[in-house]
Design a protein around this ligand. Structure first.
Ligand SMILES: NC(=O)c1ccc[n+]([C@@H]2O[C@H](COP(=O)([O-])OP(=O)(O)OC[C@H]3O[C@@H](n4cnc5c(N)ncnc54)[C@H](O)[C@@H]3O)[C@@H](O)[C@H]2O)c1
Length: 358
């Protein structure tokens, strides 16, 4: 299937082929099959949900880090139990996707036995879309919080220097018939990945997303990447970014206070920290009652009377869920430049190219 968008043809790749492609490139770069499967699942899940900024297009930047020796392709990552409900993970500079998946697994196991489980992860890397780990918890019937810190991109409110990460805050709860609650949001007006995506696609960005290096609003993605992202809600957004750093960086022993290295900077290890929490939702009532109450909340939210110009009121995570349902059959839309960049990675390690078509 092909589509014309912004004068660029869009090609569609099936989720299965994208997964196989990513695994092939990763294994070609000495990532063990077990870790490659986790990374591929998270990246394809992001593309499937329409979070294109944190999907397979990230593969070239991750592979550059491996080639540069600043990301370990397959470290042996162990989960250390500090107490029956508290876990510590040293990511050993491997993929953040792997450390966070193992950490959430441990949280879920503790929550099943004790009602709650938390994990702190240090010396990790970028873990992509936070919702991946929220959805892992939802699938196990658990509520969750998923925090990470990230490289400096936002100023503290009132300042003009980059200090805080555009670090997403994510949480979830399993729902009933109407689907799960999945909140996953960066504390900036827009995620920085959206600026990289605009740059790749030669598109302009809205003027309220970022300032250029001189502190002026800009619609040029390249100029925005030289400047700072703007926090959502002014001081409230920068306070949320500080909160992500307290829980993910200060608490874990990883880099913090502006010292995390960005995923596009292959000069040194990132040293990202994460914080994950799982809670069993049937601690105070039956699971059936909890899910029925979630359904009631969903109904109340989505049947609210709409403001002018709005067709439908959505529950957090619902738009992405609708997109995931659609992309199961359409596949993932990519422009030629994106396909070429991915296939160039495959060429470097003699892995199979993407197959266009579903
Ligand atoms: N790992 C990292 O360091 C890092 C850094 C930044 C962003 N990210 C990822 O980038 C992704 C995008 O972040 P974002 O802040 O741009 O997300 P977004 O603004 O697209 O969505 C934020 C939240 O709002 C909800 N939402 C959006 N539109 C809605 C509507 N009309 N009605 C109801 N709910 C709605 C979404 O379901 C989502 O939960 C996230 O997956 C995030 O984890 C990762």
């Amino acid at each position: 299937m092909e589509l014309q968008r912004n004068h660029q043809t869009t090609y569609f790749v099936s989720l299965e082929n994208a997964h196989k492609f990513v695994e092939g490139v990763l294994i070609g770069n000495k990532v063990c099959p077990e870790h490659a499967a986790i990374v591929a699942r998270c990246l394809v899940q992001a593309d499937a949900r329409g979070v294109d900024t944190h999907g397979c297009n990230r593969v070239p930047s991750y592979m550059r880090r491996i080639r540069q020796g600043v990301l370990q392709p397959s470290p042996h990552i162990q989960v250390k139990a500090i107490s029956p409900v508290v876990h510590q993970v040293d990511g050993k500079n491997g993929f953040g996707f792997v450390s966070a998946t193992l950490a959430m697994d441990a949280c879920i196991k503790s929550a099943l036995d004790y009602g709650i489980g938390m994990a702190s992860v240090k010396h990790s890397n970028h873990f992509g879309m936070s919702a991946s780990f929220v959805m892992q918890a939802n699938a196990a019937g658990m509520m969750s919080l998923v925090f990470t810190n990230s490289s400096p991109a936002l100023p503290a409110w009132g300042a003009k220097d980059r200090l805080l990460g555009v670090s997403p805050i994510a949480c979830g709860a399993p729902g009933g018939a109407d689907g799960d609650f999945v909140l996953d949001m960066a504390p900036s007006i827009a995620a920085r990945g959206k600026i990289y995506k605009a740059l790749r696609r030669e598109e302009k960005i809205p003027k309220d997303w970022a300032l250029d290096a001189h502190g002026n609003p800009t619609d040029d993605p390249a100029a925005a990447l030289e400047g700072v992202m703007l926090p959502m809600g002014g001081p409230k957004g920068s306070a949320l970014a500080i909160m992500m750093d307290v829980f993910s960086g200060v608490l874990s022993g990883s880099a913090f206070a502006g010292e995390v290295t960005g995923p596009y900077d292959p000069s040194k290890a990132s040293d990202v920290g994460h914080f994950l929490l799982a809670i069993k939702p049937d601690l105070f009532m039956s699971s059936k009652e909890f899910r029925a109450r979630m359904d009631y909340l969903y109904q109340r939210v989505t049947s609210s009377s709409k403001m002018a110009g709005v067709d439908r009121v959505y529950f957090p995570g619902e738009l992405e869920q609708i997109q995931a349902q659609l992309r199961k059959s359409t596949g993932i839309p990519w422009v030629q430049a994106e396909i070429d960049a991915l296939n160039a990675e495959a060429d470097l390690v003699d892995a199979p190219h993407l197959v266009i078509g579903v």
